[in-house]
Design a protein around this ligand. Sequence first.
Ligand SMILES: *Cc1c(COP(=O)(O)O)cnc(C)c1O
Length: 333
Amino acid sequence: MAVIKANAYGHGAVAVAQALSPEADAFGVACIEEAIQLRTAGVTNPILLLEGVFERQELPVVVELGLWTVVHSLEQLDWLLHTDLTSPLTVWLKLDSGMHRLGLAPAEYRKAHNALLSCGQVAEVVQMSHLARADELSCDATQAQRLCFEAATQGQAGERSLHNSAGLMGWPARPPEWVRPGLMLYGVSPLDRETAAGSALEPVMSLESALIAVHELQAGEAIGYGAAYVTPHAMRIGVVAMGYGDGYPRSAPAGTPVAVNGKRTSVVGRVSMDMLTVDLTGLDARPGDPVELWGRTIALAEVARAAGTIPYELVTRMPARVPRLYGGSAGAR
Ligand SMILES: *Cc1c(COP(=O)(O)O)cnc(C)c1O
């Protein structure tokens, strides 16, 4: 199952769904609006609502669009059992195996599973849970969650699903489990540590812009809002058409890596809405030259770390004003 919620982690849900539709047995989204967007664009693969329906009134739409839905609470179970549906649904019944976000408690799980199987409104039940700490490779919590999942689902018929990207990369899956990768589909590792699986990934997104001005400054000159950076020596400074209004984190401090003409250098001064400034000292660079904020030269994870956040947040908040260009090899327009 390819997870393409949040506009495919900022990459464009429809474009990503179209690219992956021959490969993916199903897509995962967060809410019915995201599923409607995909169906409207002609995507015919199964689509799972990962959080289920938010209100009872969505159930007829789920049937009409041929969606699959998660049931994670007794309330959702009750809605499903007591709404007349025109055709039976595929339900993913979620167990809370220790994360305590969504899912039925282990004590409620079997009864709910049996209720779904016997109600006549359900075509199939997939048993699922979600891992809280799979990115921590030496943490016992994942094994504890797995044992909890196995105990709750043991002897019950049907397919199973446990692994997100970190689960897949760090822990063995038990085929034929459904796996639910999100971040790794976009070529980004959720693990802090370098691993073989992580270095095999290639970033799908590269965030690119260009220099729009170049200045030679003396020592002791202040740059940008709040004079947050003062040149310690004579410097060549470049202004890049990229700011927090384009999804670049304002919290990225001086020293955050960027690449100008493919060469690594760093941000200086405060990131503003439409622009940021970079150190060009010692580099051959002029207005119009390409700048990569993240991509093949600068790992998204490096920028996220410098800015005090995670790769997930940076890609998902990429705003609409940044045009998405698809299908090019690196450097193509
Ligand atoms: C978002 C999500 C995933 C994908 O998580 P990644 O860490 O991006 O791989 C998988 N399962 C569920 C239930 C999710 O909500």
